[in-house]
Design a protein around this ligand. Structure first.
Ligand code: SD4
Length: 334
């Protein structure tokens, strides 16, 4: 074929020219987590990831660390519901789509490990309330006292005075400056509420995720948020990637938030674009309401690329890989 003919045919799309593809190497291992309090959480997960451990062990270790940290809004040190009771939500999901979750769990220090136990030893995915506690006790998790941490008690008392049993929903975008373990609550009784969601890819390329939280502060007793719901607060698809969320759980549940993010990635969007699209869906449903609430999504794809997006300013996330160990600020829409 002469040059002229070749150019004619190729401009008509009739000749496929095979160019070498230089794809970026997969970035692994890597762990990403919500908020700046994710820095020490990532460090804990990294101990496992950097010694060729499994991503499911890494995310559990990270969650356990934060559940142990009293001065934080996760675990038993977190904020109570409107009746003054701390109820915990958590879930875990591995690369084979095995998953376990607890909702409204009281007086157990490590809901994430109860969730893992449910995943590994029962035919179920989720246990809630009294049943979840009974299962935890039967499996050797000790019952902790039903007391509030010092900070949570202070904040609760302030809230009782000012808010008179009206749960406040817009919390995260009142967050001020960063730094792990910034003040628990501000002068006006609002708080710095940090649900911990983390996603890791191990050196084998397998992805897992975990979420742990005391949930939205001052919620109605019995309320369960997005955090322990697979497809809302966390979703992992080992062929595509994973996502987690923080913010007003009801809004995340309504759009099956993290499942939506993963499906957008499956259709070719980058993690950041996928998170943005999910935020846009929430805003589209009720633009007026969206002005007063915060939701942030954080995602990673199978290449180890990551990204986030939030409705409001103020969402940050932490990343640890062989190349970096830092806090990123999420873009936002409103
Ligand atoms: C909830 N999504 O219970 C949680 C709250 C949260 O940072 O993420 N706060 O709705």
């Amino acid at each position: 074929m002469n040059r002229k003919k070749f150019l004619q045919l190729s401009s008509m799309g009739l000749i496929a020219i095979k160019l070498p593809v230089f794809s970026k190497p997969v970035q692994k291992p890597i762990v990403i987590s919500t908020w700046d309090s994710g820095m020490p959480v990532n460090a804990e997960a990294w101990k496992i990831l950097s010694s060729n451990g499994k991503s499911v062990d890494a995310v559990e270790a990270g969650a356990i660390y934060i559940e142990d940290t009293i001065n934080c809004c996760v675990g038993l040190g977190g904020f109570p519901d409107r009746d003054g009771i701390v109820t915990l939500d958590a879930c875990i999901m591995d690369e084979k789509a095995n998953c376990g979750a607890v909702g409204g769990l009281e007086q157990i220090k490590h809901p994430i490990s109860v969730a893992r136990k449910i995943m590994e030893t029962t035919p179920h995915v989720m246990l809630v309330g009294k049943g979840a506690q009974q299962f935890a006790l039967e499996n050797g998790f000790p019952k902790e006292p039903a007391t509030l941490s010092e900070d949570a008690e202070k904040a609760y008392k302030v809230w009782l005075e000012k808010n008179q049993y009206k749960p406040e929903i817009n919390i995260e975008n009142k967050r001020t400056s960063g730094g792990p373990f910034a003040p628990m609550f501000f002068e006006d009784g609002t708080l710095n509420h940090d649900t911990m969601g983390l996603v890791a890819m191990d050196s084998n390329g397998d992805i897992s995720g975990a979420v742990t939280t005391s949930g939205m502060a001052y919620k109605i007793h019995g309320r369960v948020g997005d955090s322990p719901i697979i497809g809302a607060g966390l979703f992992v698809d080992n062929e595509v990637g994973a996502a987690t969320s923080s913010g007003v759980g009801e809004e995340v549940i309504r759009i099956c938030g993290t499942h939506t993010v993963v499906e957008y990635m499956r259709n070719g969007l980058s993690p950041e674009q996928a998170c943005k699209k999910a935020c846009e869906r929430i805003i589209k449903r009720d633009p007026e309401k969206a002005k007063t609430l915060q939701v942030g999504f954080l995602a990673m794809n199978k290449k180890g690329e990551y990204g986030a997006y939030a409705i409001q300013k103020g969402f940050v996330y932490s990343v640890k890989s062989n190349n970096e160990n830092k806090i990123h600020t999420s873009k936002f829409l409103i």
